[in-house]
Ligand binder design. Structure first.
Ligand code: HEM
Length: 139
C-alpha cells in the first residue's frame, strides 16, 4: 500500500533543497498551457501565484493525511475558478504540473515509493474533479 506520508516528505524536501518552487511550477504550467499566462498578468509580484500554490500544497498535505478539507477545497475552488474562466480539466493539470516539477527538483531522491504515493494521492484529485464534472453534466 502506498505511503502517502512520502508526499508530505517530498513537499518539505523540495523546500529544504530549493526554497520556493513557485517560479518553476508556473513556468511549467504556462509552457503546457500558454493560454493561462494572461490570467496572471495583473499578478506582477507573483503574490496570487504563490498563494495559490500554497493552497494547492496544503490541499495535497490534507489529502495525503487527515483528509479533513482537501476534497471540499477542490470542490469550492473549481466553482470559483469557473467564474474566472478556468476549465475543470485544468485542475488536474495543475496538480500534475506540481508533481512533475517536484519530481525533477528531487532528482534521485524521488524514488519509486515516492512516485507511488503521488499516484495514489492524485487519484483522489482526479476522482474529485470527475465527480464535479459529472454533477455539472447532469445539471
Ligand atoms: C490551471 C489551473 C488554475 C488556474 C489557471 C488558476 C487561476 C487562478 C487565478 C488567475 C487566480 C487569481 C485570482 C484573482 O486574484 O482574482 C487564482 C487564485 C486562487 N486559486 Fe487558482 N487556478 C488554478 C488552479 C487552482 C487549484 C488546483 C487550486 C486549489 C485546489 C486553486 C486555488 C486558488 C486559490 C485559493 C486562490 C486565491 C489565492 C489567494 O489570493 O489567496 N487554484 N487562481
Amino acid at each position: 500500500m502506498a505511503d502517502r506520508g512520502l508526499v508530505v516528505w517530498s513537499l518539505e524536501r523540495v523546500g529544504e533543497l530549493h526554497g520556493d518552487p513557485t517560479p518553476q511550477v508556473y513556468a511549467r504550467l504556462f509552457a503546457a498551457s500558454p493560454e493561462l499566462e494572461g490570467m496572471f498578468l495583473l499578478d506582477r509580484q507573483g503574490a496570487a501565484r504563490g498563494a495559490m500554490l500554497g493552497h494547492v500544497i496544503d490541499t495535497l498535505i490534507d489529502l495525503a493525511g487527515p483528509k479533513a478539507y482537501g476534497a471540499n477545497m477542490i470542490y469550492a475552488e473549481m466553482t470559483n475558478h469557473q467564474g474566472l474562466g478556468v476549465p475543470p480539466a485544468q485542475f488536474v493539470t495543475f496538480f500534475d504540473v506540481v508533481r512533475s516539477v517536484f519530481r525533477e527538483l528531487l532528482g534521485a531522491e524521488w524514488t519509486a515509493e515516492v512516485d507511488e504515493a503521488w499516484d495514489d494521492t492524485l487519484r483522489d484529485v482526479k476522482s474529485i474533479v470527475a465527480k464535479v464534472e459529472a454533477a455539472q453534466a447532469a445539471a
